[in-house]
Design a protein around this ligand. Structure first.
Ligand SMILES: [Zn+2]
Length: 142
């Protein structure tokens, strides 16, 4: 694995620990990286996106089955900001408890309730950054 990829994983894992402590989900959650999370041909047609966008796919998504959450993050998130932002975004979906396979670009699950939840996560993360409890260089800056 390339050093930069290792760094993204290490930093994202650290943020995951912060989220587990500060925003417990009340159910088991796994966070995994995927090479890519492409959309299906049908999804791409419905979303009216190009073949290139279809292959790029989601930044991440969150699903839930049998009382567990599963968050996937795409390795196509090629900056620390994108990777950590995606993790916070998907964590907000899990907290909001309304998750789905294809929600990133369609926006079905991005209503006021979601954005309030996401905003609250970002507020707490920013407060921790300002207080020095999290490191800016491990959350935002490459
Ligand atoms: Zn989303």
């Amino acid at each position: 694995m390339k050093p930069y990829r290792r760094r993204l994983r290490r930093c994202t894992k650290k943020l995951e620990g912060f989220l587990r402590d500060n925003f417990p989900l009340g159910k088991p959650v796994t966070v995994r990286w995927a090479k890519a999370l492409p959309f299906s041909a049908d999804e791409a047609k419905e979303m009216r996106i190009s073949e290139e966008q279809r292959k790029h796919g989601c930044f991440g998504y969150c699903t839930t089955t049998e009382g567990k959450f599963r968050i996937q993050i795409s390795e196509r998130n090629d900056s620390l900001f994108l990777a950590t932002d995606t993790l916070m975004h998907e964590w907000a979906h899990a907290l909001d408890a309304r998750v789905g396979r294809v929600e990133e670009c369609r926006g079905d699950y991005h209503d006021a309730s979601f954005w309030i939840t996401f905003g609250n996560i970002k507020r707490v993360v920013f407060e921790a950054l300002k207080a020095g409890d999290l490191d800016w260089n491990e959350v935002y800056y490459d």
